[in-house]
Design a protein around this ligand. Sequence first.
Ligand SMILES: [Zn+2]
Length: 426
Amino acid sequence: MADTGRRYRLYPTDEQAQRLVSWGHTCRWLYNTALEQRQFAWRQRKVTLGVSAQCTFLTQARKELDWVADLPAQSGQQVLRQLDQAYRNWWNPEHPAGPPTRKRKSPRLSVPFPGQAIEVRRLNRRWGVVNLPKVGEVKFRWSRPLGGTVRNAVVSFDGTAWHVGFGVHAGAKTPQAHARPDTVVGVDRGVKVALTMSDGRMWNRTFASPGQERKLARLKSKAGRQETARRKHSATTSNRARKVRAEIARSEAKIRNRRRDFVTWAANRLCAQYAVVKLERLGVKAMTATAKGTIAEPGTNVRQKAGLNRAILDKGWGMFEQALTNRTRATGTRIARVPAAFTSQRCSRCGNTDRNNRESQAMFRCGPCGHQANADVNAAINVRDAAEATSPHTGRAARDRSQPVSCQPPTQRRRHVALEAGISLL
Ligand SMILES: [Zn+2]
């Protein structure tokens, strides 16, 4: 099994890039169609389709459709395995994932390859090549050591650049105990300040400048108008609309990269310094904070901006949790989750809970005991001192997991596509 990941900047030629793009779209189609098929099979017959059954249908589809056959068979199978894993995660009560959802059409693409299908070779100090089926050798920048044997690879395009990510078996063992046992930190994830620690530190970074946010908002509304017009005239997507979408993807990729850099940096530091990192379970707080428009200027485009902020902010919080989880494997740090209720209203000294205790966004002043502190630090201390949540998953409402959530019948067109691919059951 791969126990760690390595990601490198990939430099395909134009020709290679073109083919990888088309494979990326095929992978998304395959994922969505296979998802639909599983939902359909469950609705109609209460049958759960597994990877092997779906691989049979994939073989069928490859015979009938050229563009499916163009995708390396192993990549197709890998996509089906990913879908299966998405289902397993959903069924696993310990895992935060919700039901598998369709992958939306976007310029962001990824094509998975199992380890047997690829070969990695180092050219010189700076460059390596990965040999991919059908496209041949693709150069990548050897920016860090592989540190183990390659078990799988994902080639992806994020809107600005190509990357290859290797799942690597490094054989590294998670330490039994952290180097600094009995150290506990509480972390408050906020809207104003991204991360506030119970030790009083505050880490923040701007992921998108106001100008970038404005630009992104403008592009998004433009894309929305184009899409409305396209539907109205039942037209195909225009080149102009495609350009706008690519521009949105480029902007978002830049913001995402900055965020990723910040969260991995923060996760590395916290894991190195603390044996236990306590977090609030993600959930309602994240949503309401932005919906109220705490960082949006009141009065102007609050709703629109709230949506944008949500996209910019809460994903960073999830990403931070992921980065922490990844890092714990190297340091032996444990992540503990606590219920999110009232951490910002409770006094960390006397325990008095009152919404008036929070004087302002930044200031906390306890009515009864007079304790004064930065509101986020106070909240982080509450997180540190709170008892762990009983249910491990991250703030999801309890639900019946025996039934798939999405049960609407496939539209005629979609069913037709599934039939055409020879992968309909009925
Ligand atoms: Zn108090």
